[in-house]
Design a protein around this ligand. Sequence first.
Ligand code: 3H9
Length: 704
Amino acid sequence: MTTPVSVQIEGDIAVITIDSPPVNAISAAMRRGLLTASNDLAINEDVKAVVLICAGRTFMAGADISEFAGVMAPPELRNVLTVFESLPQPIIVALHGTALGGGVEVALAGHYRIADVDAKLGFPEVTLGIVPGAVGTQRLPRLIGAANALRMFLDGKPVGAEEARTLGLVDEIVTGDLRAAAIAYAKRLLAAGKGPRRVSEMTVTPLSEEQIAALRAQARKQHKGIITPELDIQAVRASWELPFEQGLAVERAISDGSLGTPESKALRHLFFAEREVANVPGVSKADVPREVKSIGIIGSGTMGGGIAMAFANVGIAVTLIDVDQAALDRGLGTVRKNYDTSVKRGRMQPGDVDQRMGLIKGSVSYDDLKSVDLVLEAVFENMALKKKIFTELDRVCKPGAILATNTSTLDINLIAAVTRRPQDVIGLHFFSPANVMRLLEIVRTDTTANDIVATAFALAKKIRKIGVLSKVCFGFIGNRMMDPYGREVERLTLEGATPAQIDAALEGFGMAMGLLAVFDMSGVDVGVKVRMERKDELPADPSFYRASALLFDKGWLGQKTGKGYYRYEAGSRERLVHPEALALFTDEAKKLGIVRRSDITAQEIVERCVYSMINEGALILEEGVALRPGDIDVVYTSGYGFPRWRGGPMFYADQIGLDTILAALEKYGRQGNPDYWRPAPLLRKLANEGSSFAAWQASRQAPV
Ligand code: 3H9
């Protein structure tokens, strides 16, 4: 086996090269290699300076996250870095790509740092629910000040090379050959008679309690539900309250402890799940993605406009089609307004607006789609209309063009069947606002070709979204699981829980927004109209999604009409009590013979909503609609506001225990409508075996 650490001696300079593709994650072999190299160099009197550099596309992207789940093999990185830092020769660390977490901690143990002009440096640990553990919390405050250090730990986002230099994190920025520049830097140091400059020997100015409080308040907003920011503060506090050695011990205890928290397990699960989603059995490297340089979008409404922005933002030319010029003008006007808002909020430069608008061309003629590489239909949910559009697209689009639909509910097999190229038809289900939301459901039909699936994943990455594959079924993964969730929140309003009580319970669980507030925000009519389209398939139960239907009949469609589940003052999104809606629900309960209860607890609300969703998730897995439990978790955490720190519904189910979930499903089945609470066979089987979704998935992946 080749070692990831090698040492080349060039005159009186030793160059340590780390080479462990793809991202130089810090493995046990790397730690051993660096320790051996450090011990050897410490006694090599011919070596006057040491350079550390990484091969490949990036400097170390941090500790190897897959090691965190078990007992880490020795030596520990923190101990290796003590030896490394104490080398008698000056150490120059040369950074490029994305130096993250443990990677930056290695750099901090060096004595001088230079960085490629495009390098980024950061501490993403907080996004994994962990506290830096290779002495970063003690060294970084010494180098760049405690406030800047805490800001980096709490924010989690990397800074560019220029900012890193301003902060004092790097000493010099390099354009061109980094290795040569590092050696030249070392020679300059030697010529100037400079020796080691150890960060551990520097001092830290304490932060005031007010400064800490301000940083804490910001972090609480940014990272809801997790204790990691508080642990970061504790660890950094030790950097000025204690001598370095003792601070190191404090960090060790805090960082090691953070690895065991439920939130850290959940966030690490998502880290790997988000990378696993693009792995589609049967689709291989041989399925080369088609090139997509230009796209057409049918429909310039909220969805079409948002999707146009998502593509224009990465430089892809868009032809936006609508039925007439007035509709187009409205659509393009909204896009411009959204961009202008981004400028006002400082998220975009004014010059960018014209550049992006320049990429979006409006048209009322399908003939303008002749040469585009992909067309995405984003009109309202009506099968007859969609079939008509696809027939027309089949006529005008060039051979090899991909024909995609943004439908969220309809059977894409039927849409594909009206074309002469069903193999080129796919669902690309965006989430509103499409230029912001990270999720893209990629829906493959019975006939979609493998290279089209590969193209969809490549495109998702290009527009900075996470693509998750779903098979065709009503609602695909996300909306199908919303069906029981919505059913329960609506039923609860009839049973006596107020919208405020229901949403507070869901938000207390960690949902980004309670579902009734979501209905009000997106429009109560949206779901009602979808159910009208499928009325023949719905259960005979008169209480099924009854609350929304009642509001719809009254014209109370949510925020846009000032009334819905809540009441809103003009121009405000604040949810106020809507007594008329409450009276409506009470009357309806009476009519339907539903007993109103005053003892509905937050626990019952959460269990009924989340467990029914998990049960549907189990059916989705059995049917093969989703490839893996982790895929469902990614859908829910990146598209539906499910708390990331709970890892997604299927991961959460495993933590609760499937036997507990099964017992609850059976209990609610006895209390309510047994048809709604019938446990999915997979869930029942795994619960009875004392197993979990994760174990089930692992057994399916294990080689036979
Ligand atoms: C840490 O350092 C704690 C310290 O305090 C030390 C305590 C002792 N580990 O994302 P990509 C894999 S915590 C293991 O598709 P990109 C990834 O799974 C760590 N594996 O590429 C994928 O594998 P596969 C702090 C890792 O170009 C492949 O590399 N560091 C790690 O889009 C390519 O990844 C982080 O949180 C890792 N650390 O983005 C950095 N990193 O091909 C997390 C990547 O089998 N990483 N892999 O699917 C990233 O942010 C991105 O991967 C990066 C590259 C920006 C580096």
